[in-house]
Design a protein around this ligand. Structure first.
Ligand SMILES: Cc1cc2nc3c(=O)[nH]c(=O)nc-3n(C[C@H](O)[C@H](O)[C@H](O)COP(=O)(O)OP(=O)(O)OC[C@H]3O[C@@H](n4cnc5c(N)ncnc54)[C@H](O)[C@@H]3O)c2cc1C
Length: 454
């Protein structure tokens, strides 16, 4: 059976549902297809559940530190993983059912629950039907990428998705990978009470960050009792005496559970893209132009599957770009956006624009301002003085090129810098601004007043 729509959207991640809403409310007949859980990665196995779990871990840590604040808690602090999971499931479940109800109640929009595949550039096969449309939007996201380490399949491993089912405490969680997802899970499970070992192939954790940021994060995690191995060349994994053993490292690393967090891959391998003639790069990411059009007219790719971003906000921004260009006659581009993200360790890392290393590579003359959290009154009052803030400025144009705020509230604080960057205003604008006391943000003007050539 063949049904014709004006637009078909594959995937209900961060771009698909709002795009369905915009297209449907403009009078178009829309189909949206989801093979898994409504809301995709962010809602079910990514941002929302992990940040809910990070909050439980933060509470456990603060409870253990209570005496530092003059608060007495009698008895030991234990974490009930069933309750942690139940809280996480409530929060994430609400978003998941919210997306489902929203889409199923949307006028002009038909929801199909199945795996979708291209039959041709205008045809999608799903739910035993052939759906056709002149406009097709791919928002299929990604999943954990599993490295070809001998023994991994036999040993068994966890990913960000299966971590969501844990309602018990692994006695020793070994994590392969030393990037954002690994660090967030590592710190939270350490705070829940697991022993944690992080095994990273490269020379340092989060190697996309400046070395001082990466070293500070390592110190923060090691201070909490996490063991970190870098330059790890794992040759195999095996199960021995009921434990998982990692081979190829200088010392023997064994754990009760293994989490693989070594990167992501796009869900494009079983989408029939070849039938539509849509091109991907070597890693399977759909090739798109600056307005998210694929090489086939009438087909767009949004979110993680286009390789232009790996965050909820980049996927949502993709939707905004496509919707504005199609429906509002705008000319928005991916290259208009400034890199921004946070890592939800405690303290968090808020990032905007370039790292100092990237800025240096660009050949510009630079000025850098920096301040440790120990010299920020708000951080001292809160007893959360780990980390530092750093801003890099173009010495000639006086525009801010980037910032790293590793410290309490860093995920929020970085936005004041980000917004001045979007405004393309010189750093003096924010240097002369009056900020609220006591906040972490109030020191941004001070840092900008103390810039040094770098
Ligand atoms: C552990 C973890 C923590 C994260 N934390 C953060 C964070 O704090 N902040 C942040 O910004 N980002 C975070 N991210 C990244 C963020 O979750 C993703 O960037 C975001 O969800 C990408 O959204 P998307 O729209 O590209 O697709 P997704 O959300 O991945 O959705 C794609 C959807 O398409 C469906 N689908 C796939 N193939 C098909 C098919 N053939 N037919 C039908 N349906 C299909 C899938 O089932 C899925 O529902 C995190 C990710 C992980 C894994």
């Amino acid at each position: 059976m063949s049904t014709t729509f004006d637009a078909i959207i594959i995937g209900t991640g961060q771009a698909g549902p709002p795009l369905a809403q915009r297209l449907a409310s403009s009078g178009m007949k829309v189909a949206i297809i989801e093979r898994g859980r409504f809301g995709g990665t962010c809602v079910n196995t990514g941002c929302i559940p992990t940040k809910a779990m990070v909050a439980s871990a933060y509470a456990a840590n603060m409870a253990r530190r209570a005496a530092e604040y003059g608060v007495t808690i009698s008895g030991s602090i234990t974490v009930d993983m069933k309750q942690v999971k139940a809280r996480k499931d409530r929060i994430s479940g609400k978003s998941n059912s919210g997306v489902e109800t929203w889409l199923k109640g949307m006028s002009n929009c038909t929801v199909f629950e199945d795996h979708a595949r291209f039959g041709s550039a205008r045809e999608i096969h799903a739910a035993g039907r052939i759906l056709t449309a002149d406009q097709i939007f791919v928002n299929v996201g990604g999943r954990a990428s599993i490295p070809p380490i001998p023994g991994l399949n036999e040993t068994g491993y966890l990913t960000n998705s299966t971590m969501m089912d844990l309602d018990f405490l692994p006695s020793h969680l070994v994590i392969l990978g030393g990037s954002y997802i690994a660090l967030e899970f590592g710190q939270m499970f350490r705070r829940f009470g697991s022993e944690v070992t992080i095994v990273e192939r490269g020379p340092r954790l989060v190697d996309r960050e400046d070395e001082d940021v990466s070293n500070a994060l390592r110190e923060i995690l090691e201070n909490e009792g996490i063991t970190i191995h870098v330059n790890a060349n794992i040759t195999s994994v095996a199960k021995r005496d009921g434990e998982i053993s990692i081979k190829g490292l200088r010392s023997d690393v064994r754990g009760s559970h293994l989490l693989v967090a070594t990167g992501r891959k796009p869900n494009t391998d079983d989408l029939g893209l070849d039938k539509a003639g849509v091109e991907t790069d070597k890693r399977g990411y759909i090739e798109v132009d600056d307005q998210l059009r694929t090489n086939i007219p009438g087909i767009w790719a949004l979110g993680d599957c286009n390789g232009k971003g790996a965050f909820t906000h980049t996927s949502y921004n993709d939707y905004e770009i496509v919707a504005a260009n199609l429906l509002d006659g705008a000319n928005r581009r991916v290259s208009d956006r400034i890199t921004a993200y946070a890592v939800y360790t405690d303290p968090p890392l808020g990032r905007a624009g370039m790292t100092v290393e990237q800025a240096r590579k660009s050949g510009r003359k630079l000025m850098v301002g920096q301040r440790p959290m120990t010299r920020i009154s708000r951080a001292v009052e809160k007893g959360e003085t780990q980390g530092f803030m750093k801003v890099v400025v173009d010495a000639e144009t006086k525009e801010i090129l980037g910032a790293s705020v590793l410290g309490t509230g860093g995920d929020e604080v970085v936005h004041s810098i980000l917004d001045v960057m979007y405004a393309k205003q010189p750093y003096k604008l924010i240097q002369n601004a009056m900020h609220i006391h006591p906040t972490v943000s109030e020191l941004i003007p001070t840092i900008l007043g103390e810039l040094k050539e770098a």
